[in-house]
Design a protein around this ligand. Sequence first.
Ligand SMILES: [Mg+2]
Length: 224
Amino acid sequence: MKKAIFIDIDNTLLDFDKCAHLSMKHSFEDFGLPFDDSMFDTFERVNLSLWHSLENGYISKDQLFKIRWSTVLAALNVKADGILMEKQFKHYINTVAITIDYAKEILEYLSSKYKVYATSNATYEQQISRLKNADFDKYFSGYFISERVGFEKPSKEFFDVCFASLPYSVDEVTMIGDSPTADIKGGVKYGLDTIWFNHRGESLPDDIKPKFTVNHLKEIENIL
Ligand SMILES: [Mg+2]
């Protein structure tokens, strides 16, 4: 019998890719730098690879934020200050809230049947401000954001901290998220039922086995 849901935020409820694209465009404009949409691909590639390094424990979040934009700018051959760009980018990321299709509806549905908790590898203020901007904060019973938790998904310690403050056993909670590593591998290893939100039509490595896979958030209503 399920009683609670752990749900990821970025690219599960909020469209981080679209928010980041717009934030990059605004930041480049602020610095008087030329921007075209193809430049966002470079950001995505660098950013994804850095987050994978973080999930695997090779770098800290501080390091990620320190090198992210200098790496992107170098790859684009654009001369600008990576630290200042990170600051400007973060300013926009905090305010832009573009949601994933059906995110509001699935939160309404889930919160009417279960307690819903956000689980996210990010900075606390940023995620809360983005959820508020999307008018999503009213659906949550609590937030487990790695900056405050002190550990990142998929580590066992992240989930230990979550369960330490909740009255549920592991089999009473289902984990939903888009990241094969952070959400699914982490959830499965901890013993949670998992729903992988595969909205990009990706294929999974053999060692990652979600209990369920959905391509659209609406399909979750058939499972929970
Ligand atoms: Mg995500």
